[in-house]
Ligand binder design. Structure first.
Ligand SMILES: [Zn+2]
Length: 455
């Protein structure tokens, strides 16, 4: 069987691999979906040529936590508190989802991620109201062609939260057997766990044992501030002997210094979602507090019910929030922030890969890794002229500059267009799902409920 070779030429390579660095007029050689060589003038003549003139060639972003199922209710809570979010989204909206709503949510949401240059998405899926919902979620990710970690969570509904007495659904064993018999696929499995405090302590022990019995990673929300709730999730996990390097801790916004020390000392990874944390009042993003302990966080979108679904916003929000945190109360001390644009690009790429235990596969343009590659146009009115390529990515670029996206060498976006996506049909299905879900929840605006005008 002959192999397929392609070479990306004439671009500015931002590898995010410290041994390779940045290469003006660089080349990336890809063979059968794997990066083979990165450099200048590779002398390749027997490969398909991909011209990246006036483009940055960079690794795809890794979003380490997104409830992708919420795509059909995009923007329903543009300015809410976390109390309100829980009441509306988990108390009401989620209960109205049919399996088909989960499918279009995950399919469209994963396409949205790809469109913005995200090649790896951890789908934190707590919409498993029936096994059909789970199957639909996985199918949606598959249909989009994204690299994903399907993190299987509980169904919606209050009985699954606030010291819940219900164990994590056993259906995850069927899912493991049906879809994830190998851990080498484009989509892999994790357990989207409830922290002790969300579930009672016996349930938490059960759920952690379940994940470890299945040999899969754990992703868990901790330290979000809710009115009148006093729970130290990480401390509880420590007391129960649950902490470990197989766990990613989301938010950690209201976690104590002692709890962050415990995450660091047990080899845990972190996912900071700075926009949602500041919007809803989870607490200040703990970027600097984590860095002080040697935990370099990843970044995540969390919810498109309230947050833009791309990583540029997350990088910029993380950067400026952390920098103003270095402000002191006197002009006698010079403002001396330490976080840089390069740091947040690392958070959005290689640190995301680490948080998913995929650092040997993705997160940088390194020979041997999967060809998850983004071409970003720099000859656009918001990016030209380029001086500092990492500055161009972090400070100026947006989704409109994402020209091409490759996942394992396969083009999923080319020349600014998603490949093989019938957007008209997707938008129609999204509207239909929105109307069903929000109609049932009495949240649908009148204008949306009105019959469409004839065309
Ligand atoms: Zn979340």
């Amino acid at each position: 069987m002959s192999s397929h070779r392609s070479v990306i030429r004439n671009g500015f390579v931002v590898s995010m691999d410290p041994d390779i660095g940045e290469i003006p007029n660089g080349e990336v050689l890809v063979e059968d979906g794997v990066i083979v060589e990165v450099g200048q003038d590779l002398g390749v003549s027997d490969a398909e040529e991909i011209d990246a003139t006036s483009m940055i060639v960079m690794p795809g972003f890794v979003d380490t936590h997104r409830h992708t199922w919420q795509t059909p209710v995009r923007g329903v809570l543009p300015c809410c508190t976390l109390d309100h979010y829980f009441a509306v989204m988990l108390g009401s909206v989620g209960g109205h989802y049919r399996a088909e709503d989960v499918h279009v949510g995950n399919y469209a949401g994963a396409l949205e991620a790809i469109n913005g240059g995200v090649t790896t998405l951890l789908d934190w899926s707590h919409i498993n109201n029936t096994p059909d919902h789970s199957d639909a979620a996985i199918q949606g990710l598959k249909d989009a062609g994204i690299r994903a970690i399907y993190a299987h969570g509980v169904p919606t509904g209050g009985e699954w939260w606030a010291f819940s007495e219900l164990n994590h659904p056993e259906d995850i064993r069927r899912i493991r057997d049906t879809y994830f018999s190998s851990d080498d696929g484009l989509i892999t499995l994790a357990l989207a766990a409830r922290a002790p405090g969300n579930s009672n302590f016996e349930v938490a022990k059960h759920d952690w044992e379940l994940a470890r019995d299945l040999g899969i990673r754990i992703s868990v929300h901790v330290g979000m501030r809710l009115t009148t709730v006093h729970v130290t999730h990480v401390k509880n996990m420590h007391d129960l002997g649950l902490l470990g390097p197989d766990t990613t801790y989301i938010h950690c916004t209201d976690s104590t210094d002692e709890e962050l020390d415990l995450i660091a000392s047990t080899g845990g990874t972190a996912s900071v979602a700075p926009y949602v944390e500041m919007l809803m009042g989870h607490g200040p993003p703990p970027t600097g507090r984590l860095l002080q302990r040697g935990v370099r966080p990843s970044l995540s979108v969390d919810v498109v019910s309230s947050v833009p679904g791309e990583m540029f916003t997350q990088m910029r929000t993380a950067l400026v929030h952390e920098r103003i945190g270095a402000h002191t109360d006197t002009p006698d001390e010079a403002f001396a922030p330490t976080l840089t644009h390069r740091d947040v690009l690392e958070f959005a790429t290689i640190e995301g890969a680490r948080a998913c235990a995929l650092e040997d596969k993705v997160g940088s343009l390194t020979p041997g890794k999967q060809a998850d590659i983004v071409l970003l146009k720099v000859d656009a009115i918001n990016t030209a002229p380029m001086v500092d390529p990492i500055g161009t990515i972090v400070v100026f670029a947006d989704t409109s500059n994402v020209d091409s996206v490759f996942v394992a060498g396969d083009a999923v976006k080319r020349n600014g267009q998603l490949v093989d996506a019938d957007l008209k049909q997707i938008f129609r299905k999204l509207d239909e799902s929105r109307n069903h879900i929000l109609g049932e929840g009495e949240l649908l605006p009148d204008w949306a409920a009105a019959p469409a005008t004839a065309v």
